[in-house]
Design a protein around this ligand. Sequence first.
Ligand SMILES: [Zn+2]
Ligand SMILES: [Zn+2]
Length: 388
Amino acid sequence: MKFRNFPIYRIEWVTSAFLIGTALLAVTVVPWFLWNHYSDVQGWGFIWSLFVFYYFATGFGITLGYHRLFSHLAFRAKWPVKLFVLLFGAASFENSALDWSADHRIHHKHVDEDEDPYDISKGFFYAHIGWLLFRLKPKPPVNNVKDLEADPLVMWQHRYVHWIGLTVGFIVPPLLGWAYGSLMGFTSPWMTALACFLLAGLLRVVVVQQATFCINSLCHMVGRQPYSTTHSARDSGAVALLTFGEGYHNYHHEFQHDYRNGVKGWQYDPTKWIIWGLSKLGLASDLRRVPDSRIMAAELKERSLTLGRDIDRLAARLDARTRELKARTIAAAHDLAQELAARAEALKEAAATKAEVGRETMAELRGLLNQAAAHLESLRRADAGSAA
Ligand SMILES: [Zn+2]
Ligand SMILES: [Zn+2]
């Protein structure tokens, strides 16, 4: 897309201002505040703990709530779990669970196609954040979330998502900081409140958004494809670290209703561990798992396809390489033969004129002879090899 032809009228102004504004403030005001006011503020233990709590609560709001529970119905949850993920999901400022799920279900249905809302074939930037900054085509009608529309909690969050997000994401953290500061008798509880706003509010929103945006970008670019190469989704442990365990995205696109993304026991998938933990507490049930045999079948099929492709490619390359080697050996043999003939002619002339032939020349000629014998041998061997 040429910049001067950029469709200004397609910019989503409010979303763009929020995403770019929060990111700019997070990389300017936050470091400035930490540098200049770290020693004036009391209660850093509380402030950093609140940051970490908000980071995981809003991150899991998306991965456990919006993604695995609402988009894929990978398990059932009791209302306290639903309420928690709806509150903190709203505080991650990624739209309502209803809208998020509608987009995400289209993503799975039309992955890598033009209808895919965050189609990776339009590039990293588009899949990561571009699709939110400008809308290239009108939003399709929402008709794939009837099940969620029947859930009063989901609809309540959908109606008030911005207010809930604002309250839980930006008002509660400074309130908690102020309350803690007052309770502890700090000289300035307001500074603790401000630090809570900047870290657990502002910085956390940006970090969690970028982390979850990676599910749409990096998860379709970085890693292996053990289960299928029919789509761009990939498995990567490193990306799983960034995305609360969503990095095993190749598996996820093959088996989207499994509550696990990192299906192997050793894979880093904290979202899966929490769902499992909730089920043990009686707060989640009906965890959907794809049987091991089906997973193995997918792996075997994919491996056999890759092997077939690789062998063909390797064989084609080997064949070309062998031909090239043979051609080079034959050409060298020809050169050697000509050289030998010329030297023989020269020797004959020398003998006729009774000119002396030095020992060095004789040694050199013996070397040439040996070289020719070796060449011949290698040619014969190559010939026998190709006949076999
Ligand atoms: Zn995907
Ligand atoms: Zn998904």
